[in-house]
Design a protein around this ligand. Structure first.
Ligand code: AMP
Length: 396
């Protein structure tokens, strides 16, 4: 896999050089105040490496969706302030993206200095991957480092186009994503077990199709499992169903059988009367779901079935909760699976987005080997797609 062969920040001669770093500073803001600085903290290893190695550090990112216009509420200035606190040193803030302010500041940097340019999405050219805009970004620097995995599946100027003009490598965050996800796909410690859950089959068809060629076991839970049950002819009451995916679900299970992949779906469920956290609930076998009831979590027999399949695995890839894990009454299946993964001793890789949030909220974050920083990007990676933000980087 090509992704495993990309240059990293340590392969560049950065001393005395201006290095443009694409970070993911898309932080949650409320009334101009950052409500979580997790993404800023995550970017520190790459930034500190560059400072320690005497680079002139020029940071860039998008924030929200300003739709190609300068809008003060989407300014990165609060990020510069927080980053300065975390680094214990000044972070100079440009008042534009590639204009006079950014150019003058980047030309004035001393070795080890850090600056941040304004939100790249203040220019509509950014999301169009416009070559002229990419060139202007590249002109601010001598070298480019991409550390924004969450945006690596987008071919934008600051994630992709800029690499056409200056040498390009990945930072530590992307390097970790590549080595865990790319490594699990290319050369996994076996058995390789994939656990897929969440609401929609349609979001995960590409992932399952790709993993059918690679995994020893595929486990399907969550709302998407009911489309699989339907394809076996079961009544699923008012559970989530994607009618137009029933045939795909059937096909995937047949392919698994033909390939000798162990394919597991729930054998029992915690069903509720209504889609409500406090709804009346009961445990029901998968082929006995009564009319008017909906599956909102996997049942105890399924927890055991899945836990046994996870035990002894070498690598686990997990994307999507086993039920409505936001609700205490329907979180047990996800907790049971998280416990099994944590106890398995396997290399454990958790997809971004909802799965990462569930694992964090339920208190299992430090028990996992890798929690991806990108939701959409990690899914596309698992689908076997090439991510433009990674493809654009120079090979070793
Ligand atoms: P996704 O974004 O596809 O990973 O889906 C995550 C969402 O799926 C979470 O908000 C869960 O509440 C939801 N979910 C998981 N299982 C079920 C289920 N059985 N019925 C309805 N929603 C579910």
């Amino acid at each position: 896999m090509d992704a495993l062969n990309k240059k990293t920040v340590e392969d560049l001669e950065v001393s005395g050089k201006r290095v443009l770093v694409r970070c993911d500073f898309n932080v949650p803001l409320k009334d101009g105040v950052i409500t979580s600085d997790k993404r800023i903290v995550a970017s520190l290893p790459t930034i500190k490496y560059l400072i320690d190695n005497n680079a002139k550090v020029i940071l860039c990112s998008h924030l929200g969706r300003p739709k190609g216009e300068f809008k003060p509420e989407f300014s990165l200035a609060p990020v510069a302030a927080r980053l300065a606190e975390l680094l214990g040193k000044e972070v100079k803030m440009a008042t534009d993206v590639v204009g006079e302010s950014a150019q003058a500041l980047s030309a004035s940097l001393n070795d080890g200095d850090v600056m941040l340019i304004e939100n790249v999405r203040f220019h509509k050219e950014e999301t169009k991957n416009d070559p002229e805009f990419s060139k202007k970004l590249a002109d601010l620097a001598d070298l480019y480092v991409n550390d924004a995995f969450g945006s690596a599946h987008r071919a934008h100027s600051s994630t992709t186009g800029v690499a056409d003009y200056i040498p390009a490598a990945c930072g530590y965050l992307i390097q970790k994503e590549i080595s865990f996800i790319g490594g699990a796909l290319a050369n996994p410690k076996r058995p390789l077990v994939a656990i897929l859950g969440g609401a929609k089959v349609s979001d995960k068809i590409g992932v399952i199709t790709n993993l059918l060629d690679k995994c020893d076991t595929i486990i399907v839970g969550g709302g998407m499992a009911y489309t699989f049950m339907k394809s076996l002819g079961y009544s699923i009451g008012t559970s989530l169903l994607e009618e137009d995916r029933v045939e795909d679900a059937k096909q995937m299970m047949e392919t698994a059988k033909a390939k000798g992949v162990n394919f597991l779906i729930p054998v029992d469920n915690k069903v509720g009367k209504e889609y409500d956290p406090n709804t009346e609930a009961q445990i029901i076998n998968s082929d006995e779901i009564p009319d008017g009831w909906m599956g909102l979590d996997i049942g105890p027999k399924t927890q055991e079935l899945f836990a046994n399949a996870i035990k002894g695995s070498g690598t686990v890839i997990w994307n999507g909760p086993m039920g409505v894990s936001e609700w205490e009454n329907f979180a047990q299946g996800t907790i049971a699976v998280a416990t099994a993964v944590a106890e398995s001793g396997a290399i454990s890789i958790i997809g971004g987005g909802d799965s990462a949030a569930a694992v964090q909220k339920l208190g299992f974050a430090d028990k996992m080997s890798h929690i991806s920083t990108g939701g959409g990007a990690s899914l596309e990676f698992l689908e076997g797609k090439e991510l433009p933000g990674i493809v654009a980087l120079n090979n070793k």
